[in-house]
Ligand binder design. Structure first.
Ligand code: ASP
Length: 320
């Protein structure tokens, strides 16, 4: 039987970062080392199967944007559509990994696995975490039955919907909140504790068509995030509305509650046709809706993921 291929797409991040000193885990530059070099440096990867590598971009993921997402979604869809490809692994910076994961799951809903991985320490570090994370990602990619977009970091597998960066420095920087992780990777073996994310088979072609049409000079909807806090004012919302914003996500306190001044400005924006959603700035939990709500909640999405959902919804409605 012909062995299946796993494609590794490089996008940059700390996993491809380099510092002048091996003991420096802070003063490094992200996105310096090519994906081919990263893969060659890990001999054990050769045993993980038939690998293909491609550099999609080389950036610090704090600078991620929709144009790069389009290219990444297009390359991911391209490879997933090949019969001989079993899975796609994406090396990525940790800063916006959860956003990329959610975007790819939203547009591709792949029935094959798409596994994002990363590192908290640069490749030049005394004890870098990238190689083990990449090996673990390959173990997930090759696991029978794996599907959907997931993230792997520090031996923990998270779903795209739930994953969130929760620590600025520690190696185990991600969490799945109340949902908990999908699985653990232990010595190359997966211990599944939940079901794989749901997928919508046959969506890849529609996604490819959407991606192709979005890529043709389409302006992405302008959707911004505003936070509620003590002493919040109407000023950010008013400024954004006069700049022509199309959507606003409010990162509310607790159960999506809003300072009265911010709420008044958001209601006014909503009345003029701006789409508004309420998420919670809490790391865990979700906004529980009430019958009396006047601003819709984000249906469990964090503010950054709700922003992506709103952008995609606005794009879909502008196409109709
Ligand atoms: N700034 C880096 C990035 O997101 C951080 C990391 O990868 O850990 O690309």
């Amino acid at each position: 039987m012909q062995s299946k291929k796993i494609v590794i797409l490089g996008t940059g991040g700390t996993i491809a970062g380099r510092a002048d000193s091996a003991s420096d885990n802070l003063g490094y530059s992200a996105a310096q080392i090519g994906i081919d070099q990263l893969v060659q440096a890990i001999p054990a990867l050769a045993a993980a199967g038939d690998l293909l590598v491609e550099q999609v971009c080389q950036l610090d993921s704090k600078d991620m944007d929709f144009d790069v997402w389009l290219r990444l979604a297009e390359r991911t869809a391209h490879w997933l559509a090949q019969d001989q490809v079993q899975a796609v692994v994406v090396t990525h910076g940790t800063d916006t990994l959860e956003e990329t994961a959610y975007f790819l799951q939203s547009v591709l809903s792949p029935s094959k696995p798409v596994v994002l991985t990363c590192a908290m320490r640069p490749a030049s570090s005394l004890l870098t975490d990238g190689p083990q994370n990449l090996l673990d990602a390959l173990a997930v990619a090759g696991h029978p039955g794996a599907q959907g977009v997931v993230a792997v970091c520090a031996g923990v597998v998270h779903s795209a919907l739930d994953v969130q960066k929760v620590h600025s420095y520690r190696l185990d920087a991600f969490d799945s909140g109340d949902a908990g992780p999908l699985a653990y990777v232990e010595e190359g073996q997966l211990r599944l504790v939940r079901n794989w994310p749901e997928t919508q088979g046959g969506r890849a072609q529609a996604a490819m068509n959407n991606i192709a049409s979005w890529a043709v000079g389409k302006a992405w909807p302008s959707v911004e995030i505003v936070m509620s806090h003590a002493g919040a004012s109407a000023a950010p919302v008013e400024a954004l509305v006069s700049a022509g914003v199309q959507g606003l996500v409010a990162a509310g306190t607790g159960n999506g509650t809003l300072h009265h001044r911010l709420e008044a400005a958001l209601l006014q924006a909503q009345a003029t046709g701006v789409r508004v959603l309420r998420a919670s700035r809490c790391a865990n939990g979700r906004v529980l809706p009430k019958a009396t709500d006047v601003i819709a909640d984000s249906e469990g999405l964090s503010p950054v993921k709700a922003r992506i959902a709103l952008m995609l919804a606005l794009m879909a409605s502008s196409k109709a």
